[in-house]
Structures are given as C-alpha cells and as structure tokens.
Design a protein around this ligand. Sequence first.
Ligand code: ADQ
Length: 461
Amino acid sequence: MARLIVVSNRVPLPDKDGSPPPGGMAIALNAALKRQDGLWIGWSGEVKPEEKEDEPPRLSVREAGGITYALTDLAQKDLDEYYNGFANRVLWPIFHCRVDLAEYARHEMSGYYRVNRLFADLLMPLLQEDDVIWVHDYHLIPLAEELRKRGCRNRIGFFLHIPWPPADILFTVPIYDTLLRGLSSYDLVGFHTDYDLSNFAECLRREGCGDLLEGGYCRAYGRVFRCGVFPISIDTAEFETLAEQSASDKALRMTYRRIEGYDVAIGVDRLDYSKGIDQRVEAFRRFLHANAHRVGKTLLLQITPKSRTEVPEYMAMQKDIAELTGRVNGELGTIDWMPVHYINQSLERRELAGLYRMARVGLVTPLRDGMNLVAKEYVAAQHPQDPGVLILSRFAGAARELDGAILVNPYDPEAVANAIERALVMPLDARVERWNAMMTRLREHDVYRWCDEFLSGLRQA
Ligand code: ADQ
C-alpha cells in the first residue's frame, strides 16, 4: 500500500505512551497513517533560536506508535508573517466573512509563501514515487504548487477545515487569484459543505478561470482536478462511551455538584470571534429577562480556553467576553446563583463528555464555522432515553447535517433566547425523535468515514 504523508501547520504529537492526542481528526489521521506506514510533517511548535535563524531549516524525525513525525522549528519572523500574520490576520477572518477584521501587509503575504516554499523544500527529499500526500487547511494552500514546481508528480489532496467564502468576499484579498491558482495544483480539493464548494466554483467562474465539470471534477487554470464535499465528524462511538462512563464517575460527579439541579445550557468553544460567544451571552441575558421563572434555576456554562494569544484582537476579545459575563452576573446574579459560568480552561475529553451529558441545552451559535465538532460531540454525549436539545447556528457547516437541532440565526439574540425556552419545554418524545435522527447520521458518518472517503477520492483522482 502506498505511503500516506500528512502535512499540517501543527502536528498533534502522541502522548508518551504512543496514544494519539485527543481530537477526532488527530485520532482518525493517526489510524490512517498507521494503516499506510505514514509520515506526518509540520511545524514543531518551537521557535528557532535567534542565533540559528540563518541556518538552513532542518527536520527532526521521530517515531511514535508506528508513525513517523518530521518536524521543523520556525523562526520568529516566519511565525509573525505566515502564521500570526497572513494566515490568521487575513485568511481566517476573510474565510469567516469578516472583511472588517482583515489586515493586509505585503511582507506578511510574502512570508506566507516563503514558509510554504520552506515546507516544500523539506518535504521533497522525503518523497517516494507512489506516496499520497494530504495537505490540511488554509495555512498551506500554496504547498502543492510549490511541490509541483520542484517536480513532484505524486497525488496531492487538500482539505479546507474552515468555510470557503462567497466570491465578493474572497476578492477582497489582494492575492486571491494566486490562492485560486494554488488550489488548482491539487488532485483533490475537499470542503465541509456543498455551500463551500459552490462558493469556490463561483469564484472560479467569476474570475473567468475555471468551472465545475460533471462527476465531481473541476477545470481551472488549464488543469482538471477533483473537488468534493467531505463533512468532517467525530469518533461517535468513543464519545458515546466516554459520556456513559462519566455518569458513573464519582470524582466527576463531585466536580459537577455545584451545577447539579440547575437547567444548564452549555457552550464550548475556542476563544474566537467566529464562535459568536458574546452574542450568545447576550442572548442568554435576554432569555432570563424574558423568562422570569427561569431566574435562579438556569445557567450558562461557557467553557472557552484561550487561543492565539499572540494576536492582539484575541487578547481584546478575551477581555470583552470576561467583562460582558461580569456585567450579566452583576446585573442578574444573586448571592447563591450566578447566571453565567465562564471558564478559560481546556478540559479532558471525559470531563467534557460528562458536562455535555448533564446539560439540557447545547448552545452552538457560531457566526460562521466550517463544521463545528462541538455540535456533534454534544449530540453523541446525550442520554438516549433523556437527551438534551441542540441549538445550532444555521451558519455552521454542521447545520447541513444535524436537522434535529433547533436552527437559529446567531445575530438575532431574541431568536436565540426564544430557542432556549423552546428547548427547555420540549417534551421528551420530541427530544428523543430529534436526537435519534441526528445520532443515526453521526453513527453512519463518523470521522473514520470522513478520512476513508477523502483518501479513496484522492486515490481515484
Ligand atoms: P475549531 O474552530 O477549533 O476547528 P471545532 O470544530 O468546534 O472548532 O473543534 C473544537 C474542538 O476543540 C472540539 O473537539 C472541542 O471538544 C475541543 N474543545 C473546545 N473547547 C475545549 C475545552 N475547553 N476543553 C477541551 N476541548 C475543547 C476547525 C474549524 C471547524 C471544524 C474543525 C475540524 O474552525 O469548523 O469543525 O476545524 O475541521
């Protein structure tokens, strides 16, 4: 069987005992890499010491759990321009339709391309003739083109974990055409939803450089390649088991005892403006104002580990959300009840599964999201005989699949507030029916299926 080479910005390294780190994608890719004698290459997470900045980049190679990891350190300048710069200050906001937040700097765009060339230089000498390469996410869009320039003829696939924006929004990026051309160097380009794929096709059409063809193919910049929809998922069975176990875990129950007895609505997100956390807190505030009988009985548990703390907007956001929750708690809280519990920590998977299971409402209201795995985890963690209700933003990729959720417009706080009340009064039979529909989908379409379908699409490309 051909080797599988996975390339991503960060590499989720396994624990000391060789088990993959938590996170559905890491687990699925680890399984695929083991099956195919694979290699995972990316940034080590370390900054190159200043005195070594002029030395040629090197890979440190290590083996763990049957997989080879090849890691490179990056210089501070590379991180500033490529990762914190163009990737997270331009591509991330634009692809999430936040043109207002994008900050263009020419040197950062060239830094983005420089690091992609560096990845290509490091990868080329490692490649064997029939290796299959799978590149992940917006940090590495130009990688295939760079590899092709170096003579690489291997099959190369690309999966975008975030949404693809409508044409008018993409066209605000000064070098959007180079990005489009870069994608045409892949053999398979995968998106989460049909909406992302049709936006991509619309960009090609409007630019006059390509279009979708019959049978899942695309022609652009004189090349024909496959394009498809591959909705990512979770390890559904694992999450179900974790949630079941949590119910009988005494230590976990002790941790929860303070919120037991309340109707809990749970939000779990990385700190990011795309997740709509402040809009959600505001919606919860309005829900309490509109439903006086819920005051003192309902709470919002918002679990949000910090992320991208090097980017100033993220630090400001952290402060804004903390202030907002403080204001709501000050306005509505009492000595023995706090309406919003805001926690800036990363939790263990089993702890998270237990909290999802005890929450009567899963509040997943991103302003825009490629997929949103929290929505799927919340569903998988529910008790089959007494499931909670998922409230889901219509702008999350997951809304395309989870039709048993109450779909909401996250920009409309009153609508979200009404949905919370609707979820809390929903009769048991309606909750079970909705949950069954979603769970059937998640059992059939788990993260292993996502991985297998992408790889078989790539083999056929
Ligand atoms: P993210 O934007 O990171 O992913 P999401 O899909 O929700 O968003 O995944 C977050 C993961 O982090 C979940 O597995 C969740 O359980 C975990 N997590 C969040 N907060 C946590 C906490 N406090 N403690 C522990 N774990 C926590 C990007 C895209 C998404 C897309 C994924 C996968 O933005 O749209 O679904 O990639 O493609």
